[in-house]
Design a protein around this ligand. Structure first.
Ligand code: CMC
Length: 392
């Protein structure tokens, strides 16, 4: 191809160097700043992982307390933002709302849009991490016709999100610690995943020096697709559609049929050619949550487990190294907690915001930063002369 290499889908092109997240797809390993995801999932919590992703090291006690305080100080959104929500149809998809509201943050928080100012970059980052749960919860409240619930800063990050989603003025939602922990875990396991499609989108948007709110809104838009973040919603819808264990073989056959566009949603990954380590943690959490909710014999979980087993023994899936990914089990947990499927991807977006921001900050600070500008192979007409309309 002469001057440049041709690599559709970026299957073999590294576009940046990064020190944040490492994935060994063949071994099924994932680390943030060197720490394995399994240890972070077991011992850490989402806000601490946020700190780690943003600043490179685990915080000491004082640093953690300071970070927590900085985040909680920004959990409310500007009161005028309520009007923005009211402009949406009642049945608007939460991702459409989140995409719009995050982009609109640039109009509400002018004082943190100057990307050449390190302090403004920092405030924009904290604002987004603090406000995304509020923004996503408001999208949910709007869709169910309930009043918005203000954040509570005495609660931890995950509990506050549950409170804003499920409390109503007449009755405070009772937060079960197992549910709060599962929520925190879902946030943690989605926090970053190196140069996936949405993160690359954020970097590409940021490479033009666009403001951080616009960049993260671009990430939200990209995440929405069913091949990416939308897979959790698609996976649960698929499990429900299958419905009963006896119908699994029919769907397996369809997934293998190349003339049928159907794929097993929540299966396969561009980088993992081994079990997704996040899916392992999710599977165990799903079991715990369903136990708490008294839905252990949940038909969806039964279909999920059986589907995983049948696919795991089928040569088609073995040869192509297609294993369940993180989204296969997260949907079951979110469903059991009480979220409608339309909220799943929005919850992924709120979790991934910190990863997008960490990657964006890394890029802005990179002395080698250049505007992202892919090339193409032109396949169209060679140069030709314009023909007057009367002669066409
Ligand atoms: N069901 C059936 N066949 C599949 C699936 C699937 N879920 N995924 C891949 N394949 C087949 C595909 O047809 C191809 O077969 P062949 O070589 O015979 O043509 C082979 O496996 C390789 O697939 P590919 O499309 O070239 O792989 P990719 O790296 O471009 O795609 C993927 C990765 C995640 C988009 C894809 O596996 C997929 O569409 N999965 C379902 C959607 C999904 O669960 N996405 C969530 C990804 S993880 C969360 C996130 O990061 O957002």
């Amino acid at each position: 191809t002469g001057m440049f290499t041709y690599d559709p889908g970026f299957t073999s092109t590294a576009a940046c160097d990064s020190s944040i997240t490492y994935i060994d797809g063949d071994k099924g390993e994932l680390t943030h700043r060197g720490y394995p995801i399994e240890q972070l999932a077991e011992k850490s919590n989402y806000l601490e992982v946020c700190y780690l992703l943003l600043y490179g090291e685990l915080p000491n006690k004082e640093q953690m307390a300071d970070f927590e305080q900085r985040v909680t100080r920004h959990t409310m959104v500007h009161e005028q933002m309520h009007y923005f929500y009211r402009g949406f149809r009642r049945d608007a998809h939460p991702m459409a709302i989140v995409c719009g509201v995050v982009g609109a943050m640039a109009a509400f928080y002018h004082d943190s849009t100057d990307i050449s100012d390190a302090q403004q970059r920092e405030i924009a980052s904290i604002r987004m991490i603090a406000k995304l749960p509020t923004i996503v919860a408001m999208a949910y409240k709007y869709s169910v016709g309930q009043p918005f619930v203000y954040p509570r800063n005495d609660l931890d990050y995950a509990s506050n999100f549950l409170h804003m989603c499920f409390s109503v003025p007449a009755e405070e939602y009772k937060i079960d610690p197992v549910i709060a922990r599962a929520m925190d875990l879902i946030f943690t396991l989605h926090a970053d995943h190196e140069q996936n499609a949405s993160t690359s989108t954020v970097r590409l948007a940021g490479s033009s020096d666009a403001n951080p709110f616009a960049c993260i809104a671009a990430g939200v838009a990209c995440l929405w697709g069913p091949a990416h973040g939308g897979a959790n919603e698609a996976a649960l819808n698929m499990l429900r559609e299958i419905g009963t264990v006896d119908r699994i073989p029919e769907y397996i056959a369809r997934a293998k049929d190349k003339s049928d566009p159907f794929r097993l949603m929540g299966f396969g990954h561009r980088v993992y050619k081994n079990y997704d380590p996040r899916a392992k943690v999710m599977q165990e959490t799903a079991r715990q949550v369903l136990e708490i909710m008294g839905v252990e014999n949940n038909p969806t979980l039964q279909v999920a487990k059986e589907l995983e087993k049948i696919a795991g023994e089928d040569p088609y899936f073995i040869e192509r190294k297609l294993y369940p990914n993180v989204d296969f089990y997260s949907g079951i947990i979110l469903d059991a907690i009480g979220f409608p499927t339309s909220m799943f991807t929005a919850i992924f977006a709120l979790s991934r915001t910190v990863g997008w921001i960490a990657q964006w900050k890394e890029m802005i600070a990179d002395p080698q930063k250049k505007i992202g500008r892919p090339r193409q192979l032109y396949m169209g007409e060679p140069m030709r002369d314009y023909v007057e309309i009367a002669s066409r």
